[in-house]
Ligand binder design. Structure first.
Ligand code: URA
Length: 433
């Protein structure tokens, strides 16, 4: 088999066989296929697409390129949740303990942030002492004892995806639906969960800018999951503005804990209950979505979900004093109000630009080597649809730099103020199962 023939076949719009896809993934992982040929195939896939059969084979071949995690030592049905990436997305900190509180085991492997979206692990490390690098044995024991553990990814999961993702990043082939679907699902499948609940973001701050694209991606991922024997559902949710009010690290943990303590942050609460209810149904703990939703809502109100989060922090060496008294979380030295220049309504908040503003403060990484400053971030004082008067704060910037000029300018760039009240943004557009 020759790589040049595979490239030509795809370039001409024909369907590749399982053998051809496997030949490519194996050869590229083992470095017998060079970057220039892999790039040519990726670009052909970008333009010609892949059939569901091709995408499923690609995903499976990427899973098989490395190790897979065996979660069989954890009792019960394990269900994972994955977000395609958003700004202010601290839903994991709410949904994971929420689901654990109804006895669904949550063995969550998470990543660090790069670019304008934050990483779950970085945010958790705002809590002094919280150890994300626990051994596999501790991870399993924590889930068996407390139903919940969040740790850094260990092992060499889907190395083919790692190499291909880096190549896609520099060959303008990231935003291809079969390639994104294969990339995300290969990692989820290798992580060993029995069921997968996907939060597919759509809007200005998401990979998928339109609902149509998000729906196509969601369908593709659900079909891969189901084809490979895992219960999979996708919830398509809004990313036309950041989720909740806080963007950063410590301040995002604070907001999530406040929701666990009963604070009404509508979008965060609703999305967490929606995703959690699907997880609890997959885990066979409830027969129907409505039953699961009601039970989760109850555990948000009676404090059981908060206790599950606190137990996890304690089990992983974190300072629970910071959770009991949220003012003890890291705090920046300057708090700068970014004030509106005119009266009107907030018509839009570009989530990606807010994410970039946070990154410039030090809340995220521009390169893998950058160190995170957990104390900095932004608090949104106005969200889409809110009325605003000139001189009122749109955002408070928490910074360790006295004059974070770039971030202030980014906030003005992100906020669009109009004379007319805009239509209300939907939070959940569709559920694909
Ligand atoms: N996230 C991934 O893991 N892979 C993609 O291709 C896009 C987003």
């Amino acid at each position: 088999m020759r790589m040049v023939d595979i490239i030509q076949k795809k370039r001409n719009g024909n369907e590749l066989t399982d053998e051809e896809i496997r030949f490519f993934i194996k050869g590229y992982t083992e470095e017998s296929i060079p970057d220039y040929q892999a790039s040519a195939l990726l670009m052909s896939i970008y333009f010609k697409g892949m059939t569901p059969q091709e995408t499923a084979t690609l995903t499976k071949a990427m899973v098989e390129s490395g190790e897979t995690i065996d979660l069989s030592a954890i009792d019960g049905v394990k269900v994972d949740k994955h977000s395609t990436g958003g700004v202010g997305d601290k839903v994991t900190f709410i949904v994971a303990p929420l689901v654990a509180s109804v006895d669904v085991p949550v063995a969550k492997m998470s990543g660090r942030g790069l670019g304008h979206t934050g990483g779950t692990l970085d945010k958790l490390e705002s809590i002094r002492g919280f150890n994300i690098a626990i051994s596999k044995e501790e991870f399993v024991a924590n889930v068996n004892n407390h139903k919940l553990s969040v740790a850094g990814q260990t092992g060499n999961l889907a190395p083919a995806d790692k190499k291909l993702y880096a190549l896609r990043d520099v060959t303008a082939t990231v935003d291809s639906i079969p390639l994104i679907a294969g990339s995300i699902m290969s990692k989820k499948l290798a992580s060993g969960a029995d069921g997968i609940v996907l939060d597919v973001k759509t809007g200005t701050g998401a990979f998928m800018k339109t609902l149509k694209e998000a729906e196509a991606l969601a369908k593709e991922m659900v079909s891969i999951g189901q084809n490979l024997g895992r219960n999979t559902v996708a919830v398509i949710s809004d990313m036309n503005q950041p989720l909740g009010f806080e963007v950063g690290n410590a301040n995002e943990v604070k907001e999530a804990v406040e929701v666990l303590q009963g604070k009404e942050v509508n979008d965060l609460r609703k999305l967490s209950l929606e995703l959690g209810a699907h997880m609890a149904v997959f885990a066979n703990v409830f027969a129907t979505y409505d039953e699961a939703y009601a039970a989760l809502e109850k555990n948000l109100e009676n404090g059981k979900a908060f206790t599950a989060f606190r137990n996890m922090v304690e089990a992983q060496g974190g300072d629970v004093g910071m959770i009991d008294d949220l003012t003890k979380l890291p705090k920046a030295s300057h708090h700068i109000e970014v004030k509106a220049h005119q009266d009107g309504y907030v018509a839009a908040i570009d989530a990606e630009t807010i994410g970039v503003a946070a990154m410039h403060l030090g809340a995220g990484r521009a390169t893998k080597e950058d160190k995170i400053d957990h104390s900095v971030g932004l608090s949104l004082k106005k969200k889409v649809g809110d009325a605003v008067r000139a001189g009122e704060p749109l955002v408070v910037i928490h910074s360790n730099d006295e004059d974070p000029e770039v971030s202030i300018n980014k906030v003005y760039e992100a906020y669009e103020i109009s004379d007319e009240k805009p239509d209300t943004l939907e939070l959940i557009y569709k559920v694909i199962d």
